[in-house]
Ligand binder design. Structure first.
Ligand code: ZN
Length: 198
């Protein structure tokens, strides 16, 4: 599925409907949506929201398959410190941080730039960090069929920092893995490699 081909009339209608709703939101929070600084705000917010949720209209497996190469390398491949920005599904506030991915190929490797793109697709949806971790892992496992895959995410959640418990420096870490990474020794090797020179 190519997200650019999604019916443009549909996306125009969605854009307009979103603008109407954000206009109402501005009034409901006590603002004057006709004042200069806010006139174009509904349009901008609607566009931003469409961008931040474009992952619903993209196929992450297709991205991996578009650069899959036969290769006999059977050691760990690690892409670490992949920046991501997502929105929590409970408050629609940002959570963001770094994703670290490791996998052990089983006949196929993927272009290294594809892994960050898979992270983007799943991040640009309403998420919880736990599910984001598992979805990235499952996509890589099911598409590349490696001997094992591990995904670690470290993130800060705005919904914890600016509201609720208001804890500014808490970092949430999640991890999920398959196959060879069920071995504690393999996981330790990965953790060592991703924590170097930090
Ligand atoms: Zn939240």
């Amino acid at each position: 599925m190519n997200n650019l081909d999604i019916n443009t009339t549909d996306s125009l209608q969605i854009q307009q409907a979103l603008e109407q709703h954000y206009l109402q939101v501005l009034s409901l929070i006590g603002e004057d949506p006709t004042r200069e600084g806010l006139v174009k705000t509904p349009e901008r917010v609607a566009k931003a929201m469409q961008f931040l949720t474009q992952g619903y209209r993209q196929d992450p497996s297709e991205i991996l398959r578009s650069a899959m190469f036969r290769e006999d390398y059977r050691q760990m491949v690690i892409v670490r410190d992949i920046d991501f920005y997502s929105m929590c599904e409970h408050h629609m506030l940002p959570f963001f941080g770094k994703v670290h991915i490791g996998y052990i190929p089983n006949g196929y490797i993927t272009g290294l730039s594809k892994l960050p793109r898979v992270v983007d697709v799943f991040s640009r949806r309403l998420q919880v960090q736990e599910r984001l971790t598992t979805q990235i892992k499952e996509c890589i496992q099911e598409t590349l069929n490696p001997l094992g895959v591990i995904v670690v995410i470290e993130a800060q959640h705005m919904c914890m920092q600016i509201r609720g418990v208001e804890k500014q420096h808490s970092l949430t870490t999640t991890s999920d893995f398959t196959g060879a990474f069920k071995e504690a020794k393999t996981r330790e090797e990965f953790m060592q490699l991703i924590s170097r020179n930090k």
